[in-house]
Design a protein around this ligand. Structure first.
Ligand code: GLC
Length: 516
């Protein structure tokens, strides 16, 4: 018995011992595990913090203060005044400030039927516009794709293609039916590139912008080129009666609704504005000066600001890189910091920089170059990241940043980590905010120049139409920079309706004895 009880005791003692040792060991292991875990966490966090610091450092030059914006405003204002004074190339003015031969907004009495060809943005459109009095405009349009080869090939081919599309549009909509045999359609040509006009119907292209580069067009009258292509096309009875920049179309369409609308802006593929200026403030104006033409719409072409260095104080190395690798180095410097054609590319270049510093997607490119060729395409290919991606990513408020993650996956960046998504969203927000602030600074200059109790600004273009955050940032900055009452209004189909209105106003004026 005694022996067996001893045995029991011994066994008990052993069990207790084992339990104790096991407990200690587990505790020790747990402690070590926790220690390792916390150590790992700390280094990770430290790593993340340094990454964030480095990212902050890289993004800092993109963060503009109001003081910098006011300096941009002052420079733009000076360049506007200089541009209005003279066209002399020796003066090295940044802005063309083209007089457009449009002196009047719509009176509400315009009527008529017009064709409009709209070339210059992301789309090429043909429209049939019926103006039936104040605020009664019917529009029917069709978007045609322009083969990329035409944008880079011979100009004549591009204009022939436009004539062909016009023919198709007229046939498909049976527009010539019930018209007398000698009926000629009046056509307004919305051509959104810098043109030096010598009348409403004569306009020499100064340079291509926005990635277009057809040969044989620069230096020539684009109205004539279009008219000749139309005339080559037997059976097309059309006369081109007006050349209109998209900003002018936007202004006209908007001012037919809002009496105080004096500014037209496009915030899309390109960035530009026009406004009503007093003829007295345009020393270089060589046209008629009389009581009925006290004002004239000026196409600022302000996308060209910075050509002679006045924006160097805010340009970053990324802006320079983008500019130097573009087809138009040192041109459209301001536009390249703002418009939809370039926003995605700015973000892409920053991402590439962050990848090269192993801050983003660490080690991924080196490890799997052949397997992930689409991933490399994103990193190598210019223009492979769009403004739409910037807009969608910057407004991604999902907890796990799933929107950002799926966009990145769709463009070839597979399985990005949460940190990758977070940083890329940060980059998108910064670049987009800078663009909105700069866009606002420019509009502020015009609103101030107009010096009126209230100003309505008519705006069209993808950035304003579809990019909610951009729009909010623009409005917020503008309110800070302009004490005057102003409002920003979306101009629907401005560049087509407004161009028809330009032609209609001109017809009305000519019928009442004025020439343009
Ligand atoms: C570019 C063009 C300009 C146009 C703008 C918006 O800046 O040079 O004429 O108005 O884009 O399309």
């Amino acid at each position: 018995m005694a022996a067996s009880s001893n045995y029991v005791i011994e066994v008990r003692i052993d069990v207790l011992k084992t339990l104790k040792i096991a407990g200690l060991a587990t505790g020790a292991i747990a402690a070590i595990g926790l220690g390792v875990y916390y150590f790992h966490q700390r280094t990770q966090r430290a790593k993340r913090v340094t990454f964030r610091e480095e990212v902050k450092h890289i993004l800092e030059p993109f963060q503009l203060t109001d003081e910098q914006l006011r300096r941009v405003m002052a420079n733009l204002n000076t360049e506007m005044t200089n541009g209005l004074r003279s066209d002399d190339e020796r003066e090295k003015n940044d802005l063309a400030m083209f007089p457009t031969y449009v002196h009047h907004g719509p009176s509400g009495q315009e009527i008529g039927e017009y064709l409009v060809v709209d070339l210059g943005g992301s789309n090429f459109r043909v429209s049939h516009v019926n103006i039936e009095g104040r605020n009664r405009i019917r529009l029917n349009n069709k978007i045609f794709l322009i083969p990329h080869s035409l944008l880079l090939g011979e100009g004549d081919k591009l204009f022939d293609y436009i004539a062909e599309c016009l023919q198709r549009f007229i046939d498909d909509n049976k527009l010539a039916l019930h018209k007398p045999a000698d009926y000629k359609f009046d056509l307004a040509f919305t051509f959104s590139f810098p043109c030096n006009q010598t009348s409403l119907r004569q306009a020499r292209l100064v340079s291509w912008t926005k990635g277009f580069s057809c040969t044989g067009v620069v230096g020539n009258d684009v109205v004539l080129l279009l008219q000749q292509a139309i005339d080559r096309h037997k059976g097309l009875n059309i006369q081109v009666v007006a050349l209109v920049n998209d900003t002018v179309g936007t202004l006209m369409a908007c001012s037919s609704i809002y009496r105080d609308c004096k500014v037209g802006v496009i915030l899309g593929t390109g960035y530009n504005a026009c406004y009503f200026e007093n003829v007295d403030n345009v020393p270089k104006w060589k046209g008629v000066r009389d009581q009925s033409r006290k004002q004239i719409v000026i196409n600022t072409e302000w996308g060209a600001l910075g050509k002679h260095g006045c924006l160097d104080f805010i340009r970053t190395s990324v802006d320079r890189e983008l500019d130097e690798s573009s087809s138009t180095p040192n041109q459209q410097v301001f536009e390249k910091m703002i418009s939809a054609l370039y926003l995605g590319e700015i973000v892409r270049l920053i991402i590439v920089d962050l990848v090269q510093r192993s801050i983003l997607l660490p080690g991924r490119m080196q490890k799997t170059p052949s397997l992930r060729s689409d991933y490399n395409i994103f990193l190598i290919l210019r223009g492979s990241f769009y403004a739409k991606h910037v807009a969608d990513i910057e407004s991604d408020n999902t907890e796990d940043l799933s929107v950002t993650s799926s966009i990145l996956t769709s463009i070839g960046i597979h399985d990005p980590s949460y940190d990758d998504c977070y940083l890329i969203r940060e980059v998108c927000r910064t670049v987009s905010l800078r663009a909105a602030k700069l866009a606002a600074a420019a509009i502020a200059v015009l609103v101030n120049r107009l010096n009126q109790p209230s100003v309505t600004v008519g705006i069209d273009g993808t950035l304003f139409r579809h990019h909610e955050k951009f729009k909010k940032n623009l409005a917020r900055t503008l309110s800070r920079l302009v004490p005057r009452t102003h409002r920003l209004v979306l101009s629907e189909d401005g560049s087509s309706k407004g161009s028809a209105l330009v032609a209609a106003v001109d017809r009305r004026m000519r019928e009442t004895g004025f020439s343009s």
